[in-house]
Write a protein of this length. Structure first.
Length: 510
């Protein structure tokens, strides 16, 4: 638990900065929009309808949608617009915060007694004076209730910004869920809840002080929130030791990626670089991040780039595949494929050994003959990936049911009998530990999945950076990777990804 809490201050600072920035932007949009909407029923219908529509979109999906939108916009204007990290998270959270503020502002203003406005008109107040001296003070409690609701929503939803590469307390939650390190999950949840309660309490104090016309107290609370934003923005300040020494290591959302990211980060730290991590990235997001320079280095898999980014569906020898990927990545995206790490992590269909033997299933072809009576458990991406379509079409696979799980819970589903077969990963230590059988691929529908080290355009000519990572190439056998993975995934004596990375480094002599 102490290691988890040690990560909280830096992540909480960035989490708070993101949430307060989104809330401030939402206020700048929602309050004027609410005031105008209160005077125009047609505008109110459009504004409230649009804000309500945003609320129907799951927050995770809304965050993901901004990635292709910003990528497209950046291409239209010649680049320079970040599609990952702070900006998409800010925009998505701002949209999410609009509804309670707009709705409460409109409700408060339209609900005022007409006699109050008539009295203000009777003493000769202008429209502006009537708004700020009469209407706003009267509806302030209702508007503040909307602001406080938006603040709590925003701080809670900010945990999902991890998925688009923005550090937050969600880093702890997502990492804990994937590795079943429940202390990380609890720590992230408690810290996020504490931030939400603290901000809500400060806004409550500001509301009461404003109601009593204690403007100095309101100003002090506003200054405190502003100071919190300034302090929280510290991770974004330029570094005095030069930005060329700051590097970002990316990782997808499963144990092996967390381990390899820490292994890479340790090598770079020894070489004098200041390392930060972007964990929990999806496959398309991760490659886009390294191509745009928002991530400097990460490990991907040849088959993922081949079938996803390159849209290739043929199966070629693994060395030929890696060379083709290296050439394409450099020419089209400026990404350097430094080399392979020495092991393959391919998709594979796995079953409990006793179940497979009882049904006479040894290959995917055997599986296809019985698939209509079986349940597939897949990882979160597999059923939407081109690899699945290639395998499905090659073998005419049609399962009776297919359910996506996070990688950790996918194996639990197989163990508990909720799934009969899973889309496993060939380097996963749980295959041997759970005594699973991996089905052969006689039609060679699954491409090679060598682990490859990808470097962003900014680091392609950085010799010190490359020299720090080159000793990793070809050094990691699949048996060592499986053991490292299992150290994180096992139930007893579970290790952190950092500890597993240190073990792996010692195991391969680095």
């Amino acid at each position: 638990m102490s290691d988890a809490w040690a990560r909280v201050p830096a992540l909480a600072a960035q989490h708070l900065f993101l949430a307060l920035a989104a809330l401030a932007l939402a206020l700048a949009i929602a309050v004027p929009l609410g005031i105008r909407s209160a005077r125009s029923p047609r505008l109110a219908s459009i504004a409230l309808g649009g804000a309500s529509l945003v609320q129907t979109i799951p927050s995770l999906a809304l965050l993901a949608l901004f990635y292709p939108m910003l990528l497209w916009l950046s291409g239209r204007v010649g680049g320079g617009i970040p599609a990952l990290g702070f900006l998409p998270a800010l925009l998505a959270l701002t949209l999410y915060a609009l509804l309670p503020i707009v709705r409460n502002t409109v409700t408060g203003l339209t609900g005022l007694d007409p006699a109050i406005r008539e009295a203000a008109d009777g003493i000769g107040m202008t429209r502006r004076q009537k708004l700020w001296l009469v209407e706003v003070p009267l509806v302030l409690p209702i508007v503040m209730a909307g602001i406080r609701t938006a603040a709590v929503w925003t701080i809670g939803a900010a945990t999902l910004s991890t998925t688009v590469g923005q550090p937050s307390l969600g880093d702890l939650i997502f990492a804990g869920l994937q590795t079943q390190a429940w202390t990380l999950v609890i720590t992230g949840c408690v810290a996020a809840a504490a931030l939400a309660l603290a901000v809500d309490a400060l806004l409550g104090l500001a509301e009461r002080a404003a109601g009593e016309r204690r403007w100095r107290r309101v100003g002090a609370i506003g200054a405190l929130l502003l100071a919190a934003m300034i302090v929280a923005s510290a991770p974004f300040w330029p570094s005095r030791d030069g930005r060329d020494r700051n590097v970002v290591v990316g990782a997808k959302n499963f144990s092996e990626q967390y381990i390899l990211a820490r292994l890479i980060g340790e090598r770079l730290s020894r070489a004098g670089y200041r390392v930060t991590y972007r964990d929990g990235l999806g496959s398309a997001v991760a490659f886009g991040a390294v191509a745009t320079g928002e991530v400097d280095v990460y490990v991907d898999y040849a088959g993922t780039i081949w079938a996803g980014a390159m849209q290739r569906h043929d199966v070629v020898p693994r060395d030929q595949q890696v060379r083709a990927i290296a050439d394409w990545a450099k020419k089209s995206r400026g990404v350097t494929l430094l080399g392979t790490l020495g092991f393959e992590n391919a998709y594979a269909f796995a079953m409990r050994d006793s179940f497979a033997r009882a049904r006479g299933i040894a290959s995917i072809a055997d599986l296809a003959a019985q698939a209509g009576r079986l349940r597939l458990g897949s990882d979160l991406e597999f059923l939407d990936r081109p690899e699945w379509r290639a395998i499905r079409d090659a073998y005419r696979l049609r399962f009776g049911a297919a359910t996506p799980y996070s990688p950790t819970f996918m194996y639990r589903a197989l163990e508990s009998g909720r799934a009969d077969v899973i889309s496993a990963f060939s380097s996963d230590g749980r295959i041997a530990a759970d005594r699973l059988v991996v089905l052969s691929d006689p039609r060679q529908a699954i491409p090679g999945y060598d682990a490859i080290l990808l470097i962003g355009p900014k680091r392609g000519d950085d010799r010190a950076f490359i020299d720090a990572l080159r000793p990793l190439l070809g050094r990691i056998p699949v048996a060592a990777m499986r053991e490292a993975n299992y150290r994180v995934d096992r139930d007893a004596d579970k290790q952190t990804p950092e500890a597993a990375a240190r073990w792996l480094a010692a195991r391969i002599g680095l």
